[in-house]
Design a protein around this ligand. Sequence first.
Ligand code: PMP
Length: 399
Amino acid sequence: MTQEYDDRRGREGDCMSAPHTRPLVYLDYNATAPVRPEAIEAMTRTLHTVGNASSAHLHGRAAADAVEEARDHVAALLCCNAEEIIFTSGATEANNMAIRSGASAARNIVISAVEHPAVAEAAASTGFHAATVGVDSCGMLLTDDLEAALAVGPALVSIMAANNETGVLSDLTTIAKLARDAGSVIHTDATQMVGRLPVDLADIDVDMLSLSAHKFGGPQGVGALFLRRHSPVTLQPLASGGGQEKGRRPGTLNVAGIVGTGAAAAAAAANLDQEIREVTARRDRFEQHVLAAVPDARLNGRADQRLPGVSSLTFAGAPADAVLAAMPYLSASEGSACTAGAIEPSRVLLAMGLTRDEADCTIRFSLGYATTDADIDNGITYVADAVRKVRASLTGHPA
Ligand code: PMP
């Protein structure tokens, strides 16, 4: 994230009390992406209007029309029908709805060892049997183990489309075929993939898919669940008390947030090819230079089967918390931001066979649509200097 970006949002100085003299670099798009200008404009316009999308009067109908236009944009991004989109407060809620609804039909769940807690904990909370399928050292699902888990009988299979810590992409075509052959229903948490790579639900054979607006330049606090028309899954609302979203997600709609989500979806769709090219090129340049400048550094996850913007790097002997503290001008994550603060090492990295020490020395860098060449240049210098400094402080040798 460039200084200019911060200034635009008036956030200069917010994140650090000391005046900073070096450019800030934001490489944490998997935690959240900057809101796209198109979304800010659409939300601001909407916030200047009044209307509850459930009201029958003209003001209400205008709000409802704005929501439907946004639904069309989200559906276009996913190549599905607008009526298959249910707006939620984010991917956490969408995942919980999907798991609860899918599991109550199948009474048996299969997930991967690298799912986000919003899937793993939702599955555990159902009380149904939940089998966990492992991944290989590259982070790819062990399909033989999936087959074995499915031999028990039909299940709700929930396998993420792209991993939040490594960016590794699942082979959804193979997974869906195995699951269908076993008579299962399928959900995928596509939170990190939507708006970053093409998603064509005419081709991806899943019953349900979760997404989150703030990962592709929409506002925080809005997401959606795709539920395929004619799917055997009957959606079970998590709350009671209103008929919104055809009774499937009660509660007054976040009209401005949904409109911003639609605008972000439209912008992401319009720029997708170019963004994929640019983000991949910048990520590769960042990665190559960091790996060349820092000895004993390595990449996690299958390099050729990754999201364009993600680079999970292990710097042997340099704990991630110390490295991040040594480069306060660069924002990146230790493991996953959603579990940051917990002392537990990353479950994802452990499932891939990293030792606890290696997991503790791993940083996730994630770039996106607004990352600049200057961010990459500065980022390479910050990371190389910080790792050198941390290693020197731990070994007593000068950096
Ligand atoms: N699933 C994945 C893979 C994620 O990365 C995240 C966000 N970190 C979520 C679900 C939760 O999304 P939200 O913030 O919209 O609740």
